[in-house]
Ligand binder design. Structure first.
Ligand code: PAF
Length: 279
């Protein structure tokens, strides 16, 4: 079993002694309900660092919808078991009060327009909450490197901006999305899908690949409209399908700009997101 830390005192004491022994510290922030995607972040962390701290904290500040927060899987015991075989691993699983001590507002950081696009437009306040928790955790863990999945592409972009803005000496490492053999992007939310929904959710991956493969034939705007047709079957409820610049996340008008297609859709009651770099 990994070392489980639940208080800031214990975390700070552990980090200090790891640093005194010159350990390079990797950090993988999570909201638990761990799956192969998280394990791949941890593996990348352990290959680049001496030790890895994994935080498990379902952050209420980043849910703009209270029923989404309530239904989010909470599986600490199973998570610890899953991490059992990893060496040099520390798990930090604080309560809300332990983490913030009523000071959550102190960790707000303004990152600009990028937080208002895509996910930001559909989940107002979401990135504000992500920033608060990641900033608070970065201050405590003081990692040399932190590992984030590319599935949450916009989150990754925003964390990079935050770190640059605050001048934090943390390397932000982007890790490829892990997928089921059929292409479903690994996500803690997949636990909420039944077998039929897991099958229906593959429409997202099919759409992303269709768009990637048809660039030579259509403009971004035309492909955006063609991609939306995949959702007409009614199995998934599309929130957005956008083809945007990989840096600014603003819609593109031609294929000169390096671009990414980002999709958010509901499968039953479960909201899924995915993306694919196009060129
Ligand atoms: O990607 C996630 O799981 C969360 O947004 C994060 C980074 C752990 C912050 O709560």
């Amino acid at each position: 079993m990994p070392v489980l830390l639940t208080t800031i005192d214990n975390l700070v004491f552990t980090i200090r002694s790891l640093k005194e022994q010159d350990n390079r510290i990797g950090f993988v922030p999570t909201m638990g309900a761990l799956h192969q995607g998280h394990l791949s972040l941890i593996k990348q962390g352990l290959s680049a660092c001496d030790v890895v701290v994994v935080s498990i904290f379902v952050n209420p500040l980043q849910f703009n919808n209270s029923s989404d927060f309530k239904s989010y899987p909470n599986t600490l015991d199973a998570d610890l078991k899953l991490l059992g075989s990893f060496p040099n691993l520390y798990v930090f699983a604080p309560t809300f009060d332990e983490l913030f001590h009523g000071q959550e507002s102190d960790f707000k950081v303004e990152v600009g327009e990028v937080a208002t696009l895509l996910e930001g437009a559909w989940r107002p306040g979401h990135f504000g909450g992500v920033i608060q928790v990641v900033n608070a955790l970065f201050r405590l863990v003081e990692p040399d490197a932190a590992f984030f999945g590319e599935k949450d592409y916009q989150q990754l972009a925003i964390i990079k901006i935050m770190v640059r803005k605050l001048g934090l000496p943390i390397e932000i490492m982007a890790c490829p999305t892990q997928r089921s053999p059929e292409g479903l992007a690994m996500s803690s939310r997949n636990m909420l899908l039944n077998t039929e929904e897991k099958h229906q959710a593959l429409i997202i991956w099919e759409t992303l690949n269709y768009i990637k493969n048809k660039q030579a034939n259509y403009s971004p705007k035309q492909l955006q409209e063609l991609g939306k047709i995949f959702f007409n079957s009614g199995h998934l409820r599309l929130e957005y399908l956008e083809i945007v610049c990989v840096d600014t996340l603003q819609p593109i008008s031609d294929w000169e700009t390096k671009s990414i297609c980002c999709i958010a859709a509901y499968c039953g009651n479960t909201r899924l997101i995915d993306n694919l770099v196009l060129n």
